[in-house]
Design a protein around this ligand. Structure first.
Ligand SMILES: Nc1ncnc2c1ncn2[C@@H]1O[C@H](COP(=O)(O)OP(=O)(O)O)[C@@H](O)[C@H]1O
Ligand SMILES: [Mg+2]
Length: 348
């Protein structure tokens, strides 16, 4: 396989995942598209149940057996979707690695931590045990685990949540992967530890020039971590924009809802947070058209039948809306409600 400098590190095209459920075979991912270059940092955001983890698991080849995948996932120009378990296993850890929300479930409670870091080194790099153990210590130092040498023989339950997540990160980094996928890596941690772990991930990703796919339901967290954010709803990416641009203007009503529901600094105690009315639909209940239609303040009849497509008009604060089913129709252009922009206008 020859790869040119224009070959993306990761290319996901029309990724669809159907799951066998008690309601029959249902599509849980409905066409996810994105691309990453080496060193890119990308955030995937959305409420629980939108398909973020399934996207990550599909890329890693870790979906449950009763899942059917279609579309294309290319890593450095190599197609992964029809790949055998053995071939995917050799890529996992070596070329792409994932850290999960709850390190306790991802770590083996029966093995000391050094062994769990040494395992991918033995498996993918053929290291002998002594060399792998020495490397495990270097890695634990790199993820700034305090008193790493004394902790080599610790078992996961002897460490705090933050320390366990550092161990998970050192396992993920062991073979210097090209891509790190972090699925809600700090959700189980308290706020100060969250900040430290995120800062660590940011530092390591920058040092190694890895691609980072950071998954979170917490918008505020994305701001300093990633260059670009994709917003996911109902198994599809509904909006994608450079982080700064997105924090300046939200095009999709769902993204606007997520921003409005963000905890704000200086909020008086007892003030109720604005939430998005309604719930994320279950996959057996997904409508034909836009999955957000039932919760959307701007819903049109056509939204329930076809998926509206949004396109930002650069530097204008405007967005064009079109219906996917009728691409020949002219774009409708309209102003998007943007609280930040409105605030600036009010100050003039
Ligand atoms: N193994 C599974 N079996 C049935 N449904 C599933 C399974 N995994 C995920 N789902 C459903 O697929 C949708 C997307 O799930 P997921 O990717 O875990 O969401 P997120 O990570 O955004 O919270 C949800 O409706 C979830 O209930
Ligand atoms: Mg998830």
């Amino acid at each position: 396989m020859t790869t040119s400098s224009t070959t993306p590190l990761l290319s996901v095209r029309n990724l669809r995942v159907a799951l066998q459920t008690s309601h029959g075979q249902l599509e849980a991912l409905r066409g996810v598209d994105f691309e990453m270059q080496r060193g890119d940092t990308l955030g995937l955001i959305g409420e629980s149940g939108c398909g973020k983890s399934l996207t990550a698991l599909a890329i890693m080849g870790l979906l449950p057996d009763r899942a059917t995948v279609s579309g294309s996932i290319e890593l450095n120009g190599t197609e992964l979707t029809p790949m055998s378990d053995e071939a995917l296993c050799s890529l996992r850890g070596a070329r792409m690695a994932m850290i999960f929300q709850e390190p306790m479930t991802a770590l083996n409670p029966l093995h000391p931590i050094w062994k769990q870091i040494a395992e991918p080194l033995q498996l993918h790099q053929g290291m002998d045990l002594a060399t792998a153990k020495a490397r495990a210590l270097e890695l634990l130092d790199r993820v700034q685990l305090p008193r790493a040498r004394e902790r080599l023989d610790n078992y996961p339950h002897q460490l705090s949540g933050g320390q366990r997540q550092r161990v998970m990160i050192s396992i993920a980094l062991a073979c210097q992967p090209d891509i790190l996928i972090a699925d809600e890596p700090t959700t189980a941690l308290d706020v100060t530890v969250q900040k430290e772990v995120l800062a660590l991930i940011r530092q390591l990703v920058a040092e190694d020039g890895m691609g980072l796919l950071l998954i979170s339901h917490d918008l505020g967290l994305m701001r300093d971590q990633v260059e670009r954010v994709m917003v996911m709803y109902g198994g599809a990416v509904v909006e994608s924009a450079p982080t700064q641009e997105l924090f300046g203007m939200r095009a999709h009503p769902y993204t606007q809802g997520l921003f409005a529901a963000r905890p704000k600094l200086g909020l008086k105690r007892g003030t109720r947070l604005q939430t998005i009315a309604g719930n994320v639909p279950e996959i057996f209940n997904w409508p034909l058209g836009c999955a957000f239609a039932e919760r959307c303040a701007y819903v049109q009849d056509s939204c329930r039948l076809t998926l509206p497509q949004l396109e930002r008009v650069p530097n204008t604060g405007r967005v064009k809306v079109s219906q996917r089913a009728d691409l020949s129709a002219p774009f409708a252009e309209h102003w998007v409600r943007c609280p930040e922009w409105e605030k600036l206008e009010a100050l003039k």
